[in-house]
Design a protein around this ligand. Structure first.
Ligand code: AP5
Ligand code: ZN
Ligand code: ZN
Length: 213
């Protein structure tokens, strides 16, 4: 399957995608994770992306379309994929359609993680992540077995630089202005599944599985 996960910051995209990936054996591409890795490695891409990311603004369409275009060439992504955090603008959605058309493929389903803005601050400010795998935890909603330590690797967890209440405001603004029109774009193609993403993680997983079965 070719799937897109779309939703505001903290809506649970990153939490649900490893579960979907394990179950359907797809390639998982999270532009946020890829960009953070580039920033940490100080690659030319990372240097260009850092300023916008720190402010909670979107990185330019050209940069993210470039990394997705390259990643989708990988053999593991030919049969299906999960895109987490892409496309985030209508231009990105159009470019993705063009890339897929060339291969005679199309997006099968868009999972819309609908959550009210009001509950996102607590989710974002309590999040801890394992940068190498992208796994996220939450001090209250999904605590690791040992505080500050990844369950799987035993490596330390960190907080994201953009996970502050102030930066969340700009991220939400970018979501409403630039990304909600993308949901509209796919609604016209009748491939959007709306999830109740404010429910507990396990219930969201069950909804996802129902949509995909
Ligand atoms: P990105 O990394 O994509 O961040 P985001 O969209 O803001 O989304 P998050 O990762 O914050 O949320 P999530 O939905 O994955 O939440 P999670 O599951 O971890 O992008 C970062 C930046 O990169 C952007 O601001 C932009 O600058 C740039 N960028 C990336 N892609 C781009 C693009 N395509 N174009 C341009 N720029 C781009 O959950 C959050 C917390 O809540 C966790 O602690 C989790 O444990 C907890 N939680 C999860 N589900 C539940 C639940 N159901 N109940 C209670 N708690 C829950
Ligand atoms: Zn995420
Ligand atoms: Zn809105």
């Amino acid at each position: 399957k070719r799937l897109i996960l779309i939703g505001p910051p903290g809506s649970g995209k990153g939490t649900q995608s490893p579960i979907i990936k394990d179950e359907y054996c797809l390639c998982h591409l999270a532009t946020g994770d890829m960009l953070r890795a580039a920033v940490a490695a100080k690659t030319p891409l990372g240097v260009k992306a850092k300023e916008a990311m720190d402010k909670g603004e979107l990185v330019s369409d050209d940069l993210v379309v470039g990394i997705i275009d390259e990643a989708l060439q990988k053999p593991s992504c030919q049969k299906g994929f999960i895109l987490d955090g892409f496309p985030r603008t209508v231009v990105q959605a159009q470019k993705l359609d063009e890339m897929l058309e060339k291969k005679g493929a199309k997006v099968d389903k868009v999972l819309n993680f609908a959550v009210d803005d009001l509950i996102l601050e607590e989710r974002i400010t309590g999040r801890w992540i394992h940068p190498a795998s992208g796994r996220s935890y939450h001090t209250k909603f999904a605590p690791p077995k040992v505080p500050g330590v990844d369950d799987v690797t035993g490596e330390p967890l960190i907080q994201r630089k953009d996970d502050t209440a102030a930066v969340l405001k700009s991220r939400l603004e970018a979501f409403h202005k630039q990304t909600e029109p993308v949901i509209e774009y796919y609604s016209k193609k009748s491939i959007v599944a709306n999830l109740h993403a404010e429910k507990p993680p396990k219930e969201v997983t069950a909804e996802v599985q129902k949509v995909l079965s």
